[in-house]
Design a binder for this molecule. Sequence first.
Ligand code: CUA
Length: 337
Amino acid sequence: MRRGSIASLVGIGVVAGGIAAAVALVFPWLPKPASREAGRIDFEFWFVVTICIVIFAIVAAAILYSIWRFRAAPDDDSDGPPIHGHTKLEIVWTIIPTILVTSIGITSAIVLARDDKTGKNYMQVDVTAQQFEWSFSYPSAHGLTSATLMLPKGRSVLLVLHSRDVIHSFWVPEFGQKEDTVPGLRTTLHITPDRLGTFPVICTELCGLGHATMRTTAVVMTPAAFNKWLKGQSKAVASPNTATAGKAVFTNNGCGACHTFAPAGTTAKIGPDLDKLAAYAQQAHQPLDAFVRTSIVSPNAYIQPGYPKNVMPQTFGTSLSKQQLDALVTYLVGGKK
Ligand code: CUA
């Protein structure tokens, strides 16, 4: 091969590889990782992408050079020269891909094994999915529940996933992994958050009409802030002051994601406006207290006109303790008796 041809081949390869690398690097294809596991997955991803770009550059160079250099003249109807195999070339293009694919396999296995390994002092968080909300409980804090996933930075966390109805899937893009929640099965996901911030929790399995709204947030805080939150929440839930306890139940169960309620400062409009409970109770011809209690435990018993049936979870009767339910009713009824 002439020196000029080699220079042209290399030139085309560098340009093609440069374009592919620009497409890979200029656009933010992946979110910035916020967990050690996502960091390892990112490493594996870029390892594979780099190999792909190099191979793409070589193939593009060979094809473009051949099209340009060996193109048949318009009046050339002759057959090409008969070519027999090239043993050396065949050995090279067998051995190099074998090495590359094997190295991808080995690095992936290491990443998978390390990502799944929980640390010695790991914290368990129980994740419950149901149409169409997430709730998180912290066994280390005696079953404290929260509608937002609160996590301390730098701690190994084992999420134990359950579903109350159909299959959902837990996904925080910045944590780099997805895991299904399956009725009757216990699935787990291990994460070690390593960046402070607020990240979206998304249901990524089509689970019904409200699938697109089945979202909440994960907050990664410093260990000190996390401990302070745990203590404050545990105290509020156990508070003898029912208004404080009721507000904690309201917040921890995500009521504000769907309902407007001025005392809690929420303005969502998916479910009925809880500032108008007294008027709704009158329409339903029921005493206010009983009406509110029934509406929490069996939401379909009375549907306020203009709002859909089956959207409010029907599980609060079992997921809330009697004390929590009492506190919540007192908080919602407030001074409006
Ligand atoms: Cu739950 Cu989609």
